[in-house]
Ligand binder design. Sequence first.
Ligand code: KG4
Ligand code: ZN
Length: 351
Amino acid sequence: MIVLGLESSCDETAAAVVTAEGRILSNVVLSQVEEHAPFGGVVPEIAARAHVTQMDAIVDRAMKEAGISYKDLDGVAATAGPGLIGGVLVGLMTGKSIAAVADVPFVGVNHLEGHALTVRLTDKIEFPYLLLLVSGGHSQILVVEGISKYRRLGTTIDDAVGEAFDKTAKMMDLGFPGGPAVERAAATGDGTRFSLPRPMKGKPGCDFSFSGLKTAVRQALADLGDNVTDQDKADLAASFQVAAVDALLSRVKQSLKIFKTDYPDATNMVIAGGVAANKHLRAELDHMLAKYKLNLVVPPPRLCTDNGAMIAWAGLERLRRGENDSLDLAAKARWPLDPDAEPAPFAGHKA
Ligand code: KG4
Ligand code: ZN
């Protein structure tokens, strides 16, 4: 089985060809970093236009690199949400058109499910597993019980952790996207210099909050006055990274109690989404999990950030169960993985 996967829900225009055995025949990702960099964040209208301009060429490249023609495809998958709706529509319409012309089944993939299942493409792990899904738009802890079967244990009540990384970078002019820039700056900084809050730590439940941490970074920067040195920035970046990871881990710890009780035979925990590329997070989580006798499984960084291979794979997982979607499937700006989860307090706008 060979599937073409398209991704366009945020600021990456991506297409990939993946086989049911988990071979990635091509994985082309065009980042719009330069278009959005002057604004220090993703501008939806600019993103949508860039997807329209680039998608055809990216698909063409993915097919050429895979060395296959459209008649070799067994299905087409495209992100149908959640995300910036203008961009989602571009990939979704392109995917449906290719599926119609090639006369193969179409699958509309939940972008978050793409992140959640990537680890089964790279590491072939079995259900259930505990998932920390951390990206620019989402911070959630879920139990992945099966395909399309998710139990959400926690979510953010305000900002996503990736957004906190991006804003911290923006405040200090470290560059965009912020996550890698903060991590780079933090490498030469003293993470103990600034004492920043660990939102929600010690509170019951598994929900996150990051807006207070963001505000604390802004305040610390203001306290430094006008002559902020590169060392000040490195120290603040490091202090932020330590606090953000500590806040994440305090919530993961809560979720582990539930996971170990309700799924005693499970052996794996997974991190996915762009923030999973962060080395400090990986190291600290790895260290913590040893106590719980769980393995930490993390896809390689290029498959943690948005890409087409994760969408092709999630499509494959559904296709081989005999599932597909009709060509009138609608794009969704919001699409929670666990529809039964309570909306996060004060955060009805988050998927
Ligand atoms: O999954 P992703 O590519 O897009 C979304 O679906 O949001 O995640 C992008 C997010 C951005 O906020 C980016 O700053 C963050 O992931 N990120 C990182 C790192 N690399 C990317 N955050 C922390 N450390 C990193 N090394
Ligand atoms: Zn993503």
